[in-house]
Design a protein around this ligand. Structure first.
Ligand code: NAP
Length: 252
């Protein structure tokens, strides 16, 4: 049977690194996308050491800046030459910039967040889609957030409805949710499944380690969606809401 090939963007640290580690531990060859060569090579080494202990799956650094179409094209060409197909794409790279209420939004920060969290996912997905179509049943996971759920963020009785929120990051994840739904719709009649993952509030550099979930927990939703069987859903946001224990589909 052919080896499962998984590309994870922003895999040099945080939830992305842990997602790569968990997929590697399940036997996938993990391609760790990173925009910085030194950080990427360090992650490759750390993944090889971690996976060696877990049974020796392969980990390889792939130079990939999701906002740079040339870098993305080169990554796709390299994967095509090395493997010829791609089973799993986890669009994990993301940034959070721009605080304050919506009325005080810094437009430069907003543009930067959208370039990475929305346009970056589209650039990477479109470049990788020919390789994903060559796999028997590819899975695309877009790492979104519960703060991108318009229903949850505006529910006055829910845990997120009372929280003050800035505009850039949550709205970028709402856009990503629609991006996810529309790719799922386009690919409805193919074996490719496209879903959005909510890691939950996870302690990483993104939030200066204020999150209350571990990276192992934060990666669970991505790994679940990346390894869905043929009867699994396509076009959902999956995870759990804030401190709830139960995983499942979340409202858009
Ligand atoms: P993190 O530790 O800051 O990691 C973010 C990763 O994305 C890093 O590897 C970073 O690379 C990479 N990245 C940023 N811009 C990039 C670009 N242009 N090209 C390639 N890679 C880029 O954050 P995290 O918490 O693990 O976040 C991972 C994902 O989970 C993000 O999409 C985030 O929005 C989402 N998420 C996080 C939480 C949370 O509570 N932590 C909750 C919900 C959703 P560098 O090291 O080079 O900067």
């Amino acid at each position: 049977m052919a080896t499962t090939i998984a590309l994870i963007t922003g895999a040099n640290k945080g939830i992305g690194f842990e997602t790569a580690r968990q997929l590697g531990a399940r036997g996938a060859t993990v391609l760790a996308g990173a925009r910085d060569e030194a950080r990427g090579k360090q992650a490759e080494q750390a993944l090889r050491e971690a996976l060696g202990e877990a049974g020796g799956a392969e980990a390889r650094f792939v130079p990939l800046d999701v906002t740079d179409a040339t870098s993305v094209r080169e990554a796709a060409d390299w994967i095509g030459r090395e493997y010829g197909y791609l089973d799993i794409l986890v669009n994990n790279a993301g940034i959070a910039l721009g605080g304050g209420p919506p009325s005080q939004t810094d437009l430069d920060a907003l543009r930067e967040v959208y370039e990475t969290n929305v346009l970056g996912v589209i650039i990477v997905t479109n470049a990788m889609l020919p390789l994903l179509r060559r796999a028997p049943a590819a899975r695309i996971v877009n790492v979104s957030s519960e703060v991108g759920s318009i229903t949850s963020m505006t529910d006055p009785g829910g845990p997120l409805g009372q929280m003050p929120a800035s505009l850039a990051y949550p709205s970028s994840k709402s856009a990503l949710n629609m991006v996810t739904a529309l790719y799922a719709k386009e690919l409805r009649d193919t074996p490719v499944k496209v879903n959005a993952a909510n890691p939950g509030y996870t302690a990483t550099d993104l939030n200066h380690h204020s999150g209350f979930r571990s990276v192992a927990e934060g990666a669970e939703a991505s790994v679940h969606l990346a390894t869905l069987g043929p009867d699994g859903p396509s076009g959902i946001l999956y995870g759990h809401l804030w401190t709830a224990d139960a995983y499942g589909p979340l409202p858009w």
